[in-house]
Design a protein. Structure first.
Length: 645
């Protein structure tokens, strides 16, 4: 049972608040009248179980109409059974699930179906009507029934009118989340009420297997090869066509066709042999469908030393002028002394008959030129001593590190030959260029691979005007000029803006500073346009920016920032009855009375920089004029009053 509060409206300043707690029946409480009126009926069957729910008064219950919609869930729970998804007739593996749900407004009667397949024998099935998020509310349990006694309840022939066209005892098949009957004619399947064509792969059987309204529409098949090659229909009158691969065969002839249909073309037509020596060869009498004649000189070459008749004339390794082949011999003794006349030797062919490999026998060795030596003799046999190709012998010379030759300006020199009588002698080295000190001239004087290097830089100017130049550019010496175009007025930024050598300084040398006032201004200050009202004073702050490292030739924007020290100003304070305008409002001690505190039997205030009594309570007098004890005298007059207790 739940309770709701109903409150009467308030009548302004006249009626009291009146609230009353009104009970209302909750249909979701155990034992409620609405719950007791609900009924669940379950009818086992195939292909679906049917569940009917009569809600009774719940459909229009005032609790739901008052804006408390609750979704109703129909849940299924089945006792444990074996679940094997590989078997067509096995149980639906989704045994514990929500079958259907409803949201308000509810119809008086709710209906649901549940596709369910159970194996083996009767099984207990429980359906629960449950408000979403609450405990079980209303449930009913029933058992599947095997009507026809075939050992499987709820199959296609267990009394379900939707399958009355199927044969008795036919098997159930689950397709597309629905039970169907397998008792249709061959090649057809049932959808619960009718049988339709079941597409399968087409075969040669006189039937339309693939449901395309064509019988035995199979691809044509190839038959035979060569002259017998053709294409046949795969199926005739429901029977497979038989191929005769040699239908149309004939004896083989030279025509580039497989006449006898054996997979080979122009085969077994014979050969012819002709030629001698290197030209001896055999050819097929048919090639590419054409008759071939044997050429006796096919393959003939110029005669070489190899023991074979290369030119096919009946002689082996013969020279054109007669006799055996010969050649110049270029091996022998070098003319080391320079006193002999050079010349080639002779070799004669001595290859073994039919060897195919050259073999030569020395008939006369050669006298070979030798490299010319600077000694007064002619080793290379050119007719001139100490020369090569008519040019007198000379050689390169390097009286410094040879690795530096042709680096920078460095060059090797030359030595001329001056030998005689077999003694090698060379003149002094001349014409060389050795490394020297690097100068600014556009050349690599020290021969280290770099031009005008390490000649340094020069800096000039201060602060923003700092400039830097290379001492040498393009072989020319450079002069440093300060960047005076960058001169600016000095500001607090850690940079020498006016390029005078001092950072953040006035021309007098004093540190940069500026007037400052950091407090909120009073009305009197704003009206006067002046901060120096009463005790308030402008202050001063000094530049504390850190010095910035200047990069020569850099753009005039530096990473430095303005940084000022604390301000020495004085701002408004509370008036304290001291004869001063501490709060800077233009009036002295006008807000100081609260500072004076209280005095006995008296009113107090601030006057002339000191706290004073401004009035006494009735029948009290300040006889002694002292502030500290207030109006200390009690009586009808100051002359007759006595000290107050």
């Amino acid at each position: 049972m739940t309770r709701r509060s109903v409150c009467l409206p308030l009548v302004l300043l006249a009626l009291l608040v009146a609230c009353e707690t009104v009970p209302r029946d909750n249909p979701f409480d155990p034992g409620s009248a609405a719950l007791e009126a609900i009924s669940l009926d379950v009818t086992p069957g195939a292909p679906a179980w049917r569940i009917t729910i009569s809600l009774g008064t719940l459909a229009n219950h005032p609790s739901l109409a008052a804006g408390e919609p609750v979704k109703l869930l129909l849940e299924r729970d089945i006792s444990a059974v074996a679940c094997d998804e590989t078997r067509e007739r096995e149980v639906d593996c989704n045994l514990h699930a929500t079958v259907q749900s409803w949201t308000p407004p509810f119809a008086p009667v709710l209906e649901a179906t549940d596709l369910l397949r159970l194996p083996g024998g009767p099984k207990s099935v429980t359906y629960r009507l449950v408000p979403e998020g609450l405990e079980a509310w209303k449930s009913v349990t029933t058992t599947a029934v095997d009507v026809d006694g075939d050992g499987a309840e709820d199959d296609c022939d267990d009394g379900d009118a939707a399958f009355k066209g199927c044969s008795a005892g036919s098997d159930c098949v689950r397709r597309a989340n629905a039970w169907t009957c397998s008792g249709c004619p061959e090649g057809f399947i049932g959808d619960g009420t009718t049988c339709s064509c079941d597409p399968q792969a087409e075969v040669c059987d006189g039937k339309d297997n693939d449901c395309n309204d064509k019988v035995d529409d199979l691809p044509a098949i190839p038959c035979g090869t060569g002259a017998c090659a053709r294409t046949l229909a795969a199926c005739t009158a429901g029977a497979a066509t038989v191929c005769d691969p040699v239908d149309g065969a004939s004896p083989e002839i030279c025509n580039a066709i497989d006449d006898d249909c054996d997979g080979e073309t122009d085969e077994d037509l014979g050969t012819e042999t002709c030629g001698q020596g290197a030209c001896l060869h055999t050819v097929a009498v048919c090639k590419d469908g054409n008759t071939v004649a044997c050429d006796p000189f096919e393959g003939a070459l110029s005669e070489t030393c190899n023991g074979i008749d290369d030119d096919c004339d009946g002689e082996v390794d013969e020279a054109a002028a007669g006799g055996k082949l010969t050649r110049e011999l270029l091996t022998g003794q070098p003319n080391a002394s320079g006193l002999l006349v050079c010349g080639a030797g002779v070799e004669v062919c001595s290859a073994a008959a039919g060897s195919g490999s050259a073999s030569w026998t020395v008939q006369r060795e050669a006298v070979l030129p030798a490299p010319e030596v600077c000694d007064g003799y002619d080793q290379d046999c050119d007719g001139v001593a100490d020369s090569t190709g008519g040019v007198a012998l000379s050689r390169s010379c390097t009286p410094f590190d040879p690795a530096l030759v042709n680096v920078g300006v460095c060059r090797s020199g030359t030595q001329s030959c001056s030998g005689s009588g077999g003694v090698e002698t060379w003149a002094e080295c001349t014409g060389y260029v050795a490394p020297s000190i690097e100068l600014c001239n556009g050349r690599d004087d020290d021969c280290d691979g770099a031009v005008d290097e390490l000649l340094g830089n020069t800096d000039c100017g201060y602060g923003r005007c700092l400039a830097r130049v290379q001492n040498c550019v393009g072989g020319n010496s450079q002069q440093c000029v300060p960047r005076r175009e960058e001169v600016k007025s000095e500001v607090c930024n850690g940079v020498d803006d006016d390029c005078d050598g001092a950072i953040d300084r006035e021309p007098s040398g004093a540190l940069l500073s500026q007037s400052c006032y950091t407090f909120e201004k009073t009305a009197a200050q704003l009206a006067a346009g002046n901060n120096n009202i009463g005790e308030c004073r402008d202050g001063r702050k000094f530049c504390t920016s850190a010095a910035v490292t200047i990069i020569p030739n850099a753009p005039p924007s530096y990473p430095g920032g303005t940084l000022w020290g604390s301000c020495s100003d004085i701002g408004p304070a509370t008036d304290i009855c001291d004869g001063k305008d501490n709060d800077c409002d233009g009036t002295i001690d006008n807000d100081a009375s609260r500072y004076c505190g209280g005095a006995a039997h008296a009113s107090v205030g601030c006057g002339l920089g000191a706290c004073v009594i401004t009035a006494c309570d009735v029948d009290y007098f300040d006889k002694n004029g002292a502030y500290v004890d207030g109006c200390e005298c009690y009586g009808s007059s100051v002359s007759t009053c006595v000290t107050a207790p």
